[in-house]
Write a protein that binds this ligand. Sequence first.
Ligand SMILES: Cc1ncc(COP(=O)(O)O)c(C=O)c1O
Length: 509
Amino acid sequence: MSSTNITKVTSHPSQNEQLIFERSQHGRVGYKLPALDVDETPLDELVPQELRRDDDLEGVPEVSEVDVVRHFTRISTWNYSIDLGLYPLGSCTMKYNSRLNEKVARIGGYANLHPLASEEDSQGALELIYELQENLSEITGLAGVSLQPAAGAHGEMTGVMLIRAFIDARDGEGASAKRRTMLIPDSAHGTNPASANLSGFTVRTIKSTAEGLTDLDHLRELCAAGDVAGLMLTNPNTLGLFEKNIEEICRIVHEAGGLVYMDGANMNALVGVARPGDMGVDVIHLNLHKTFSTPHGGGGPGCGPCCCSKELEPFLPTPRVVKDGESFKLDFNRPQSIGRVKAFHGNFGMMVRALAYIQTHGAEGLREATEAAVVNARYIAHGLKEDYDKPFDAPPMHEVVFTDKRQSRKGVHTLDIAKRLIDYGFHPMTIYFPLIVQGAMLIEPTESVGRQELDQFIAAMRAIAHEAVEDPDTVINAPHTTRIGRLDEAAAARKPVLRWKPKEAASAA
Ligand SMILES: Cc1ncc(COP(=O)(O)O)c(C=O)c1O
């Protein structure tokens, strides 16, 4: 929330808009304790002075239970969520998180198990982890799976570390030190170069063709340098297009001595239909919080499993959950492992939900979900083709990208269209990503929406396109129906006000 935002809200302190701090009344509490029926122990005996906090607690809200409940209930209604409607954020796969998965995750034996419980007492949980590993191995066509990484970017970093460890072991330290280039297409998600860089690689960018695919000639040219450790490729790529030359791409990289990393954030377009391992990919991460319907959870917890070929398996994080006869155990005896990347076993609750998703769908259901996700994106592509320009001709997979080229001639840009969508009751699509598309609008409906909602979304987008011609100011000044209008987004990002301070402290600062 920017300072502009806070000022606006606090300058109209009607009861509905009060911050919890403004609701505070001295002495108000949310509990009542019975009278003490034992001798009072002097505070000094209980908590020595040096262990007590000495900062000023002034400003901590003093509120009753009902104040707290009303405060949080009220602000929860200001959110837009996947449970309210279509959430078409491209690349994010905002699909419905089934209540059944939540129910399973709350089963006491899973939810209350301590991560330090013995193997003997954790057999059910270890079996669940093992089962999920096996399922993801089958889905990706890759033999080794680690569920430790806590997010997509974390899975990427783990995968790239595997590539590095594999090359070091294969080539020996001297030779492998010369192989430190990671190739990444210009359409890639920003986390790809960040992961490569963190793992000690120099990133070189591959151009995309006019068709929106990896430029094979440029790839060959870059591979000829002889220093390529690998390629990080998203498939379908971030333009929503299937890299139809994937087998050739893998061949070129392998012949140059490198490995192929696939960013699997877009697996919602492939699950049950095509397997990265069969295409020649060596390592991939999955986003359970996207494809396998676990909640995105405001920055965590997530789960970004790393899946790899048999050759890379010895380097996977330690420990691994393995089957030992009829029971399950943690295998720490992994001399070539890159080590641990997350405490304990990773975010276990996400694994429970993902396995519930996989098992309730079954192979047939997973394939149907994939097909529906692709058909839905194509339905939107078709429905908007008269009103918005699509930068590439190929039929999209699970998400479709448009450009604001046509609307920007009238001074209406992608940001304006996104803000106006809010007035029509929809969460905006992903905007200005991928970077190689002018004013990109990346729309991913997922399989969770039906035709009626798709039609409503298309109608809203078409209405905005007409407004952009006939009444551009309405779009440019949107949103009109929200509690606050446009924020100063640059100030919000550069000078975020993340902490409330009492008025005197704020004015003194
Ligand atoms: C293509 C792609 N790769 C990687 C990531 C990173 O995933 P996470 O946000 O879970 O770290 C994302 C996230 O949006 C993505 O869209």
